[in-house]
Design a protein around this ligand. Sequence first.
Ligand code: AMP
Ligand code: ZN
Length: 505
Amino acid sequence: MRKPSKKFFLFNTLTKKKELFLSLSPPRVRIYSCGPTVYGHTHLGHMRTYTNTDILLRTLRYYGYQPYQVMNITDVGHLTGDQNVGEDKLEEAAKKEKLSAWQLAEKYTAEFFGVLEKLNIARANVTPKATENITEMIMLVGDLEKRGFAYQISDGIYFDTSKLGSYGQLANVSLTDLEEGARVEKNPEKKNPTDFALWKFSSPENKRQMEWPSPWSKRGFPGWHIECSTMAMKYLSDCFQKGKFYPDRFETIDIHSGGIEHINIHHTNEIAQTEAVTGKKLAAFWVHHNWLQVEGRKMSKSLGNFYTQEDLVDRDYKDFMPLRYLFLNTHYRKVLNFTWPALFQAAQTYKELIREAETVLSFSGAEKATSDRAKIEWKKSSDEKKKISYFLNKFDQAILNDLNTPQALAVMHEVLKGRNLSSRIRWEIINKFDQVLGLNIEEQVKKLRQKGKKIPQEIIFLVDEREEIRQKKDWQKADQIRAQIEEKGYLIEDTPKGPKLTPKQ
Ligand code: AMP
Ligand code: ZN
């Protein structure tokens, strides 16, 4: 593995610039990624964001870092009004689906993880649920109150944004603009329009399923933003120990990621909460992913313009790699407009890529190498070494320049088509690239081979012989032949239409 010495430039929303990424405690990189609100189906918009997050993690690993990622699951407190008003998204959806809020959260969390797996996205090291961290959230709100950053009004405890001089720095828009945005929600009791709820009181008329006692009221629930501040501080900095809160232990994390809609409110408020108690920056780098749109509008549950894994399967996209390919073909900071013809096109290109990779493998001799070591250490001429490093560098230039995946894909195609490169070199290089791109090339090539494999004549004879014997009801002999067939690498299944052969994995 190469040392994390390669220069990696990453766009930082905090400074609005591409900056040299340096880990605060190399080789570790501590990352917090805002996870999903589990009140509905995982849709293609989520899939795009988390595929791009996965690229960031794979890139860090490829260049020798050891990322440690926390991704929360929001299972309470995200209101339909996004800020401080409206119903809890989970409670509302649970009523519609006639499930408890807990069952609903479990159902959609499982769906989310299932989809990640299909997209070849590695799970974060920790995936804590908001509802498992209520005690810690109450401690953080209490600390903010003690320091004079919080005040109580009739529906909850609020953060006083006028107390924090740096409020709004991430959004990099004037406070007046942020205030204008926040005015949409009219609450005459708030001191400033940008103030936001840290802890909400359950309304007396409305019995909630998810609510907890707190020092401020018998029944209440956390604000959405406090969840992420708390979980980042707990799981990335050990700020909570044996029922106590130690804000001084907090150390700025390396990267915080999320969608661009989080910049103005959710992340601005996370920063405010954490920085008010620690006096330290929450994160050194803020990475924001742009949207997947449909006809010019963000794909979202509320607009009803979303597609889920079911829609993919219905259209015969059981394998999600073409979708991953489609995502990678647009830079993560650009909008991607989703259409089914675009996915079809991506699927054709992806299939072609796998076919080419299969040809490369068959001419590479890599399969004949007897051990993994031999595969890696085949003797290369200096000319071959030069060629390999030329393409690896070209790939580095793409990925290390703010994760330019479209350009990285172009380098991959160039290698596959490279006329003056030996197949052995090509196979080695594309598999290296795939460590970052995660397109599952080796596995897909193997699948393609299995599909196209001709069944040897000898096996066909054995199957026919077994059929004749089965007609004569000599089961013992038929089983012996089945064992012979299995020994030769095929499984046989007797179906109403006759015997079905599948190559053993
Ligand atoms: P949510 O479940 O709405 O809280 O969203 C979870 C994550 O998915 C956030 O980081 C969102 O930015 C992201 N997300 C939701 N919709 C889209 C979309 N249409 N395109 C890209 N990312 C999205
Ligand atoms: Zn968050």
